[in-house]
Design a protein around this ligand. Structure first.
Ligand SMILES: [Zn+2]
Length: 131
């Protein structure tokens, strides 16, 4: 089963995506600094500035999370556990891995987790299955 997965291909996809995310994070950071220098900071700007900061941090958190998922995916390739659902231990479909190479769960488990999250349960779907 494992030998049918094109691990080198997935590794490439993961590394490329990680590079992309890192680049977009530093581009955002640079844009943020430039914007800060441009805007004279009087009181009217302050709340707007806070708002922008919040968006930036939020966006950054999502990127950090994605980077972590990608690096975990690479780790699973090393460990030989790549492409297996962490929840039900069934193989994740090739179609899904090609769309989301850092996927941890099969579609069914991912949907179950998303449904739990939608009910307002504080689910960190990326952490709970790890330890
Ligand atoms: Zn599953």
């Amino acid at each position: 089963m494992k030998s049918t997965l094109k691990l080198a291909t997935y590794r490439n996809m993961l590394e490329k995506k990680a590079e992309e995310v890192r680049r977009s994070m530093s581009a955002q950071k640079a844009a943020q600094v430039v914007a800060r220098l441009d805007v004279p900071s009087d009181e009217g700007d302050l709340s707007q500035q806070h708002h922008e900061e919040w968006i930036f941090l939020n966006r950054n958190t999502i990127d950090m999370k994605l980077l972590r998922e990608i690096s975990d995916g690479l780790h699973r390739i090393e460990q030989g556990t790549y492409g297996v659902c962490l929840e039900c231990e069934e193989p994740i479909s090739v179609k899904r891995l090609e769309a989301v190479p850092w996927a941890r769960y099969c579609v069914a488990c991912q949907e179950a987790i998303a449904a739990r999250a939608a009910l307002g349960q504080p689910v960190d779907d990326f952490q709970e299955a790890e330890k």
